[in-house]
Design a protein around this ligand. Structure first.
Ligand code: CP
Length: 466
């Protein structure tokens, strides 16, 4: 099999076997980087970067030139017809008719999926707002595998802004795919979103254990540990008794610390002070024996969170990590464009995916994430909001575009009203009705006002609670 014609929007788009094929191709590219110029001869890559970038854009463009292809580029929304109100879908159709492959970075979460849905050529997500950055994840994993030979069973600490860091949001799922354990070490207030933790458990198995703040345990902790993810195959000891076993287990060593900068450009106004609590990673912090051979990683750019005194430290990987961007992205471009068919072993291509019911009924429900592509004015004209029902108790939806999760408050059933207004009743989504309605009959409302605007009346058992 090949990856020809496929898009890479989230890290879920690749199985572990396919990621292994990307790494094998990247090894080949790295070993003879100047000898690949026939692979994409005659092909054109559209490089659309509507947010600042140094590494991703230039390494993708360098990768395409190394492969013998050509690049067309746009780096400013204001210089494109998006600024005149053109929709992403129209832009995608047009660019897809000019180029063989599209690489896009865009501030809206889910934008890359929309472009992939309409372009007709492979689309690579180079970062869509705070959602995902899957090619960064591939070179992060490539770096870890180069240094440690395996990812399975490693303890990887994620540090800093885990709320808005899109590299984190891709990396956690990749680490889980490969069986690594994750130590979440956020700056207070920038914890990893709940919908990401929920997806980890429901789709990758394993366990999340929340840790007590150091203040409550009275211990002095090197790590501001907020939660631990242990894979299904790992010893559950750590997850069962995190505070008891933590210092013991961390004493055996942390395999990598992945530092991220505060993504200030995505902060809410109320979050502007959070950077004051950002703990700098420097030689002093990493002096303990548990960090003796810890890989120090960072997707870059750094600001103040990673000290320059680590640059010459043999544990530091971040410049090497960025340099791997070229061979890894050469591999991705060659595989997705079909220039290089790399066989994926059959037994590694099948990953069990959880099949969720999709909710796309026109009941006025919209994604609750203000940065989601599906609620932007130019996209509303053609995009139909769509959600996966990822849990029934409590009823939890996940937007198919930005993957934010939320718990809508009111439900009804198509079975009850049968066109008779008198029977059109809506109910709290945590009532027993929510459990009895078949998924195909569910009508979901964001608010009581929405339900009433569509002719539904409150169920009298609600006792006015709406
Ligand atoms: N790591 C990364 O995405 O860097 P750029 O923003 O410079 O592309």
């Amino acid at each position: 099999m090949t990856l020809k014609g496929r898009s890479l929007v989230t890290i879920d788009d690749l199985t572990t076997g396919e990621i292994g094929a990307v790494f094998s191709a990247a090894d080949e590219m790295a070993a003879a980087i100047g000898e690949q110029s026939k692979l994409c001869k005659g092909k054109i890559m559209a490089s659309l970067f509507f947010e600042p970038s140094t590494r991703t854009r230039l390494s993708f463009e360098a990768a395409m030139y190394r492969l013998g292809g050509n690049v067309i580029t746009a780096v400013d929304i204001g210089a494109t017809s998006l600024a005149k109100g053109e929709s992403l879908s129209d832009m995608a159709r047009i660019v897809g008719s000019y180029a063989d492959i599209i690489v896009i970075r865009h501030p809206w979460e889910g934008a890359a999926k929309v472009v992939a849905d309409y372009a007709g050529v492979p689309v690579i997500n180079a970062g869509d707002g705070g959602h995902q950055h899957p090619t960064q994840t591939l070179l992060d994993l490539y770096t870890i595998r180069k240094e440690r030979k395996t990812i399975k069973g490693l303890k990887i600490a994620l540090w800093g802004d885990l709320k808005y860091g899109r590299t984190i949001h891709s990396l956690v799922f990749a680490l889980a795919k490969f069986g690594a354990n994750i130590l979440f070490c956020p700056t207070p207030g920038l914890e990893v979103p709940e919908h990401i933790l929920q997806k980890l458990v429901t789709e990758y198995g394993g366990e999340i254990e929340k840790c007590k703040p150091a203040k409550q345990t009275g211990e002095e902790k090197v790590f501001p540990l907020d939660a631990i993810y242990t894979t299904p195959t790992s010893s559950h000891q750590l997850a069962m008794m995190p505070d008891v076993n933590l210092s013991l287990d961390l004493g055996k060593g942390v395999d990598a610390i992945y530092v991220t900068r505060p993504q200030k450009e995505r902060f809410e106004a109320s979050e502007s002070e959070l950077t004051n609590q950002y703990q700098v990673v420097d030689k002093k912090l990493l002096k303990g024996k548990e960090f003796r051979s810890t890989l120090v990683m960072h997707p870059l750019p750094r600001v103040d969170e990673l000290a320059y005194d680590l640059d010459t430290d043999p544990r530091s990987q971040y410049f090497k990590q960025a340099a791997y961007g070229v061979p890894v992205r050469m591999a991705i471009l060659a595989l997705l464009s079909g220039a290089k068919p790399v066989p994926v072993p059959e037994n590694e291509t099948t990953e069990v995916k959880v099949a969720f019911t999709v909710y796309n009924r026109d009941s006025g429900l919209k994604c609750s994430n203000p940065k989601c592509v599906s609620i932007q004015k130019t996209e509303l004209k053609y995009l139909r909001p769509e959600f996966k029902i990822v849990n029934r108790e409590p009823l939890t939806l996940r937007c198919v575009y930005c993957e934010h999760g939320f718990e809508p408050k009111y439900i009804a059933s198509t079975e009850w009203h049968e066109g008779k207004v008198i029977n059109k009743k809506y109910h709290p989504s945590d009532s027993h009705w929510a459990r009895t309605i078949k998924p195909e009959n569910l009508i979901i409302f964001a608010s009581a006002a929405d339900a009433e605007a569509q002719g539904f009346k409150p169920n009298h058992y609600m006792g006015g609670k709406h």
